[in-house]
Ligand binder design. Structure first.
Ligand code: UDP
Length: 310
């Protein structure tokens, strides 16, 4: 296949490019490096099956030649980023998704949308099955991401229903691993970098809020399977092992051997209190479930950051 990956310079986008190339596909990577990182693609520069296009996908996307797949991964994804880039986040989720769908339609390609557990907002149903409609504050600061992705899902389903476009929607839960930016702002990278620099670990609120963390290799495997054999209905892709933020901080301290203290900072507005994917659909339709434990995934991620900070 020849496929397009938008957001190719990002944490997930770059791992996805690697995986698709390893499967023998030809990959066109696209990014405007708003939150992506050139070094994530450095090793692919001379790969014969990889081509890079610098472009903001909120504008008309032109890719000459055939395309069988579009993986739409372009978007700020860390709360810190989307709070700094609210309008760009809304534009890439809405206009960018429209352009990606238009391209997929013109090429007769299958499109996979990278959606998010944020569509469930601060959930009133726990764990979250795909059938749950969510509890999102549309006008709060996180609304720029949550509503952009909800709109993106609605538009994807509309293209599927009206144009018979072959589509997939992956609802991605908190994912971590090598190639996260050290100042990305998300909890796993923050805690590891803080621990390695002997700085205090910043727990927001009382640290009793929960997240369920998926190692990047597991996530990419789920994405590829969803693309290959999934259905158009949204599918949760995440690791159902749930931890409090304080448990995560303690685990990072243990695994790094750091003597950093834990400090408490204010909880961001509308920060979800709990989050855990119900992955029954992915298990049944894709035969997929995560394999890497939090402890093992953290070890690998700590090793990456050690190398980066050296
Ligand atoms: N968080 C924290 N300290 C940090 C960064 C984040 O306690 O330095 C908390 C944050 O308030 C949230 C959880 O960790 O409850 C996960 O935050 P993240 O930004 O990774 O992603 P989210 O799941 O909120 O999108």
């Amino acid at each position: 296949m020849r496929v397009l990956v938008t957001g190719a310079g990002g944490f997930l986008g770059s791992h996805l490019c690697d995986r698709l190339l390893a499967l023998g596909h030809r990959v066109v990577g696209m990014d405007n490096f708003s939150t992506g990182n050139k070094t994530n693609l450095e090793h692919l520069k001379s790969h014969p099956n990889f081509q890079f296009v610098l472009h903001d996908v909120a504008n008309f996307i032109e890719v000459p030649g055939p395309l069988e797949g579009v993986f739409h991964f372009a978007s700020p994804a860390s709360p810190v980023d989307y709070l700094e880039l609210p309008i760009q986040t809304l534009k890439v989720g809405s206009l960018g998704t429209h352009k990606a769908l238009g391209l997929a339609k013109a090429k007769g390609a299958r499109l996979l949308l990278a959606s998010t557990s944020e569509v469930y907002g601060d959930p009133l149903v726990h764990p979250q099955p795909e059938s749950y409609w969510g509890n999102v504050n549309p006008v709060g600061p996180r609304g720029v991401y949550d509503e952009a992705k909800r709109f993106a899902e609605a538009l994807t389903m509309a293209y599927h229903r009206s144009h018979e476009l072959d589509t997939r929607i992956a609802r991605i839960f908190n994912t971590y691993g090598p190639r996260m930016r050290p100042h990305d702002g998300r909890v796993v990278s923050n805690f590891i970098v803080q621990a390695l620099k002997a700085e205090p670990l910043t727990v927001y609120g009382d640290g009793s809020q929960t997240r369920s963390f998926c190692y990047v290799d597991d996530l990419i495997e789920g994405i590829v399977r969803l693309f290959e054999r999934g259905a158009p209905e949204p599918t949760n892709i995440g690791n159902p092992d749930e931890f409090t933020v304080r448990q995560l901080a303690e685990l990072v301290l243990k695994l790094t051997g750091s003597a950093s203290p834990i400090t408490v900072e204010p909880l961001p507005t509308d920060d979800p209190k709990v989050r855990q994917p119900d992955i029954q659909r992915a298990r049944e339709t894709l035969g997929w479930e995560p394999k890497v434990s939090l402890e093992e995934g953290l070890r690998r991620t700590i090793e990456y950051f050690r190398g980066l900070l050296r």
